[in-house]
Ligand binder design. Sequence first.
Ligand code: FES
Length: 274
Amino acid sequence: AAPTTTPETGTGVFSKTRARISERTLRTDRWWVPPLVTVLGLGAFVIYATIRSYVRTAYWVPDYHYLTPFYSPCLSTSCVEGASHFGTPFGDLPTIIPLGFVVLPFLLGFRLTCYYYRKAYYRAVWFSPPACAVAEPHAKYTGETRLPLIIQNAHRYFFYVAIVVSVINTYDAAVAFHGKDGGFGLGLGNFVLWLNVILLWAYTLSCHSCRHIAGGRLKHFSAHPVRYWFWTQVSKLNTRHMALAWTTLGTLVLTDFYVMLVASKTISDLRFIN
Ligand code: FES
């Protein structure tokens, strides 16, 4: 690159101690494609999830006991009859509050502080930096040492809540083996719900915090065979964490969409038993 006339008083990558390059990047490939795809994917999910969390319709199928994960657990008297598997300790909620309000902030916190999603939105949304070897527009860098980004360090606590939520979703999927005439039933919806739950478990257990909780700080793996075994399994899953992060966004939407179609009687569930 040609030497530049960047002022000596510049900040960030244009500060005195940095190489004098005037271009924001010397990359000639289409480095902006991954951040663009990321922002479109995350944006689409956020819009869909926000709308569905607020509409308060078609989230429960009374005949087959299908409940969408966006409304689980449904703990308010505003929930439709049958949808509250864990009682209704909360009274009627104003429409400004989603019926899944107990867990939605934690699930959002879990994903927002996830190591993979951080990489995704630091690049795609904050351009910090947008790609390898592409200068960021910010003059200063304080990392995750101050508010609000210091909250990223709470990821492990969001992980604990995510485990509880996965248990609740598993319970929802189990009670959904319900037939129209009572008793056991099986339909396509059960496969959709279970696919989602299994992948949610895979995403949750593949978490970097989970891996550290399982095997971090151990000096002698041989003295902790069970934790070592668990750490080995989590490590295998962990290599797929990014793929699971995206796949579970897809299965959450698919599950909610399917429940919505059946609950609104737009389609009927394909039934195999009862
Ligand atoms: Fe992604 Fe924990 S690192 S969920």
